[in-house]
Design a protein around this ligand. Structure first.
Ligand SMILES: Nc1nc2c(ncn2[C@@H]2O[C@H](COP(=O)(O)OP(=O)(O)O)[C@@H](O)[C@H]2O)c(=O)[nH]1
Ligand SMILES: [Mg+2]
Length: 402
């Protein structure tokens, strides 16, 4: 079973601690704990997917990265037939905490690309190496788009470059000019499909000292910290979802409770003549419940100026940057007063309509109960969602490295 992001980065005990800190409203402590993890990602495992068409040289490349020949014990099976139908992981001794995943060929199952990506759990990988031979493929472009669409990164490998060298030599062509042409073509192919060109490596898994194999290995070793930090940054929304889940559940119970209460008040039968004014008391009670509910939710996930200032100094960021996250309002978000007035107007309109149409007391009660429940529930649920999203943005901003 796939692990939650929180479970991947934190031990079970650490996860529980984070959740209980969040439950107790200690948001600053939660953020600092995640920050201390983000400052020390050495022990975090990185899953790198090696993908490309069948026969493009993926398995041979993985063996080369591990210092093995295909005939060595423990090497990935190689050959032009698809030998392996499940993603298989291989540790890489030279790159601690890196797992290279040998994925089935992108064209191996006759899969439509999206099904293929689902089947190999594409989204669970942290980084990608696309291996392609001889020419740029349509699948390479599509996969590259999907990778960048997730905010992740990849390298592009043109494999079996020894074959190209052989043909270029036979034609008496200049090798360096040949490599420049291949690179230029790759870059322009990526640009044509709207992909930011990645690092491109021309390699032979047989001649490791030649071409770009060693440069790829050293570039990957150098990039590991920044890849990990990018992965962490992408994971923050999910981590925060996990951390805040128990608190959210608890708060949602309160939202239900308040909405049911508002529904109960809305159900009070209006067995009064038409000339009597709208039952202002019910409306005020419902508005009061909603306002109190929103204040309660905000208090439960409090982001006070004091907290922002203290956090800013601990994460070495200007507090104005963190405050900007607080002030970044969603289009849906409206000031408390506006939503309350709207709520009041809607309920009053509903009741007036009911009175005008001479609803029976039972119909009126049902009408009042449902509308009061639904409106209160929606407003409070949105309010909670906004607050949780603000917390997420704050954490992301507090932990970003720029
Ligand atoms: N000339 C040459 N052949 C290679 C290279 N890498 C792989 N091959 C050959 O290409 C075939 C397919 O390689 P394999 O790694 O099994 O491809 P995969 O299906 O992508 O895993 C095998 O016969 C390999 O020996 C290379 O760098 N140069
Ligand atoms: Mg293979």
């Amino acid at each position: 079973m796939a692990q939650s992001t929180l479970a991947k980065l934190f031990t079970v005990q650490e996860s529980r601690n984070l959740q209980s800190m969040c439950n107790m409203g200690e948001l600053e402590a939660v953020i600092l704990q995640i920050k201390s993890k983000s400052d020390n990602l050495d022990n975090v495992q990185l899953n790198i997917a090696v993908l490309g068409d069948v026969g493009s040289g993926k398995s041979t490349f993985i063996n080369a990265m591990r210092g093995l020949w295909s005939s060595d014990l423990g090497a990935a099976p190689t050959g032009n037939e698809e030998t392996w139908m499940e993603p298989t992981k291989y540790p890489c001794q030279d790159l601690p905490n890196v797992q290279l995943w040998d994925l089935p060929g992108t064209n191996s199952f006759g899969f439509e690309l999206n099904n293929y990506l689902k089947k190999v759990k594409f989204e669970s990988f942290d980084f990608f190496i696309i291996v392609s031979q001889a020419r740029f493929r349509e699948n390479d472009a599509e996969i590259a788009k999907k990778i960048q669409g997730q905010g992740k990164e990849f390298y592009y490998v043109q494999s079996k470059i020894d074959n190209d060298a052989h043909s270029l030599k036979k034609q008496g062509a200049d090798l360096n000019e040949g490599w420049r042409t291949i690179r230029r073509d790759c870059i322009s192919n990526f640009q044509t499909v709207g992909v930011t060109p990645p690092d491109i490596f021309l390699i032979s898994s047989f001649d490791l000292e030649e071409y770009d194999f060693l440069r790829l290995k050293s570039t990957l070793a150098r990039d590991l910290p920044s890849i990990k930090s990018n992965v962490l940054s992408l994971s923050i929304p999910k981590i925060m979802l996990d951390v805040t889940e128990p608190k959210k559940r608890m708060l949602m119970k309160k939202v239900w409770l308040l909405a049911i209460l508002a529904g109960g008040v809305g159900a009070v039968p209006v067995s009064v003549p038409v000339s009597v004014p709208v039952p202002v008391l019910s409306v005020i009670t419902i508005i009061g419940l909603t306002v109190a509910g929103r204040i309660y939710l905000q208090k439960q996930l409090e982001l006070s100026d004091k907290l922002l200032q203290s956090l800013a100094s601990k994460v070495a960021k200007p507090s104005s940057v963190l405050k900007a996250e607080m002030n970044h309002r969603l289009p849906r978000k409206m000031p408390l007063v506006v939503t309350s007035v709207l709520l009041g107007i809607t309920i009053i309109t509903c009741m007036m309509t009911g009175i005008k149409c001479r609803f029976s007391p039972v119909t009126f009660s049902i009408f009042g109960a449902v509308s009061s429940f639904a409106l209160t529930y929606k407003l409070l649920k949105d309010s909670l969602k906004d607050r949780l999203e603000t917390v997420q943005r704050l954490v992301k901003s507090a932990l970003s490295r720029d």
